[in-house]
Write a protein that binds this ligand. Structure first.
Ligand code: PMP
Length: 358
C-alpha cells in the first residue's frame, strides 16, 4: 500500500488568476499576457527585468493586438463589410495576426511582404489561408515597396481595405488601451522603465504614452538594430539619415518616423543601439538560462532592458516585450550555415553552440 503522498503539482503555480475565464473566440483570447520576471537579467543588473509575454497571444506575437484594432476600426468606420478583403504590407507578424482575425470574422486576407523574411512566416500565412505576395525589399520611397503594393491592391479590389499598420494609429491605440494598462496593473504601478524596438512604433508609442500619463517619471528608451535610422535620429536631435546596413532581426528597424511613432516621439527619453552580435547571443542565453525560445527582436529587447537597467541604476523595475517565439525563424537562427553566412557564429559562446542543431 502506498503511504507516500504525491506532491501537489499546483504548488508550482503562484495562484489561479482571477482573470482566468472563458473568452469569446480567437479575438477574445488576444491580450492579458503574463509579465515574466527574467531571472538572470534581473540578477545581473540588481533590478527587476520583466518581459511582456506577447508570444502567448493566440496568433503567437505582439501584432495580434494591432491586427484586431485595425480590423475593428475598419468595421466601425463601415470601410470593411461582411465578406470583404483585408490587405496589408507586413514583415509577417501583423499578417499572421490579420490572417487569424480574418478567418475568424469571415474576411479574405491578402499580404505583401519583403522577400527577405523567413520562409516559416510565408508558409504559416499561406496555411492560414492568406494570399501572400513576397516582393523585393525596396525602400519606402520606392513605389514598389510592399506597403504601396498593398495599398494599390486594396484600391483596385471591391470591398477591400488597406489596414496600413505603419500610419494607422489604431495600431498604437491597441497598446495605449491594452498593453500599457496591463503592464501598469501587473507592476502595481511601480514600473520605472520601458524599452523596446520598433517596426511600426505602435507598441513603443502606445505603451509609453499610457505609462507616462500614469507617472511622468517612467522612462522610455527606443532600442534600435543595425540598418535602422531611429538611433541616430534621436542622438542627432532629429536628423533623418540615409539607411545603411542591415540586421538579422526581423520585424523591427525603420527608415522613417512612422505616424504611429510620431504621436509620442517627444515622450521617448533616449535611444539604445543593439548589435546583431548581442541579439543573437541573447537568443541562445534566453533559451539556456530561462527556457524561453524567442525570436531575435525579443532578444534585442532583453539586451536593451539590461542596458536600460544599467543606465537607470539598481533597484528598478524595467519592462520590455517578448514579441514572438523562435519557431518563426528557426531555419535561420538555429542553422550553423546561416549563422556563418551572417558572420555571427563567433558571437555565440562555445557552451551555447550545442543548441545550433540545423
Ligand atoms: N518584433 C517583431 C517580431 C515584429 O514582427 C514586430 C512588428 N513588425 C515588432 C517586434 C515591432 O512592433 P511594432 O510594430 O509595434 O513596433
Amino acid at each position: 500500500m502506498f503511504t507516500t503522498r504525491l506532491p501537489r503539482l499546483s504548488r508550482f503555480y503562484s495562484s489561479v488568476s482571477p482573470s482566468l475565464k472563458t473568452v469569446d473566440g480567437f479575438v477574445g483570447a488576444i491580450g492579458n499576457t503574463p509579465l515574466i520576471r527574467l531571472k538572470r537579467a534581473s540578477e545581473e543588473t540588481g533590478s527587476e527585468i520583466f518581459g511582456k509575454a506577447e508570444f502567448m497571444n493566440p496568433g503567437g506575437s505582439v501584432k495580434d493586438r494591432a491586427a484586431l484594432f485595425v480590423v475593428k476600426e475598419a468595421e466601425e468606420k463601415g470601410e470593411l463589410k461582411p465578406g470583404g478583403t483585408v490587405v496589408e504590407g507586413t514583415a509577417g507578424n501583423t499578417g499572421i495576426g490579420l490572417a487569424h482575425v480574418c478567418r475568424s470574422r469571415g474576411y479574405k486576407c491578402v499580404i505583401y511582404m519583403p522577400n527577405t523574411q523567413s520562409q516559416e512566416k510565408i508558409d504559416l500565412l499561406r496555411m492560414l489561408g492568406a494570399e501572400v505576395y513576397p516582393v523585393p525589399a525596396v525602400a519606402f520611397e520606392n513605389p514598389e515597396n510592399y506597403n504601396h503594393q498593398a495599398r494599390r491592391h486594396a484600391e483596385k479590389t471591391t470591398n477591400a481595405v488597406w489596414t496600413n499598420q505603419f500610419d494607422n494609429i489604431a495600431n498604437r491605440r491597441a497598446h495605449l488601451e491594452t498593453t500599457g494598462p496591463e503592464i501598469w496593473e501587473q507592476t502595481e504601478g511601480l514600473v520605472d522603465g520601458f524599452t523596446c524596438a520598433t517596426g511600426t512604433g505602435g507598441t513603443l508609442a502606445g505603451v509609453t504614452r499610457f505609462l507616462k500619463e500614469k507617472n511622468q517619471k517612467v522612462k522610455s528608451f527606443i532600442a534600435d538594430p543595425p540598418g535602422s535610422v531611429l538611433y541616430s535620429y534621436f542622438k542627432s536631435g532629429g536628423n533623418l539619415t540615409e539607411r545603411s546596413g542591415s540586421s538579422i532581426t526581423e520585424g523591427i528597424g525603420q527608415g522613417r518616423v512612422t505616424t504611429n511613432l510620431q504621436q509620442d516621439i517627444e515622450l521617448i527619453d533616449d535611444a539604445l543601439y543593439i548589435s546583431d552580435e548581442k541579439s543573437i547571443e541573447m537568443v541562445f542565453r534566453l533559451l539556456d538560462e530561462e527556457g524561453l525560445y524567442m525570436g531575435a527582436s525579443t532578444a534585442l529587447n532583453v539586451v536593451a532592458a539590461v542596458e536600460m537597467a544599467k543606465v537607470l541604476g539598481p533597484g528598478k523595475k524595467i519592462v520590455t516585450v517578448l514579441c514572438d517565439g523562435a519557431y518563426r525563424y528557426q531555419s535561420r537562427l538555429f542553422s550553423r550555415k546561416w549563422l556563418e553566412s551572417k558572420g555571427l557564429l563567433h558571437a555565440i559562446p562555445e557552451h551555447l553552440q550545442k543548441y545550433i542543431v540545423l
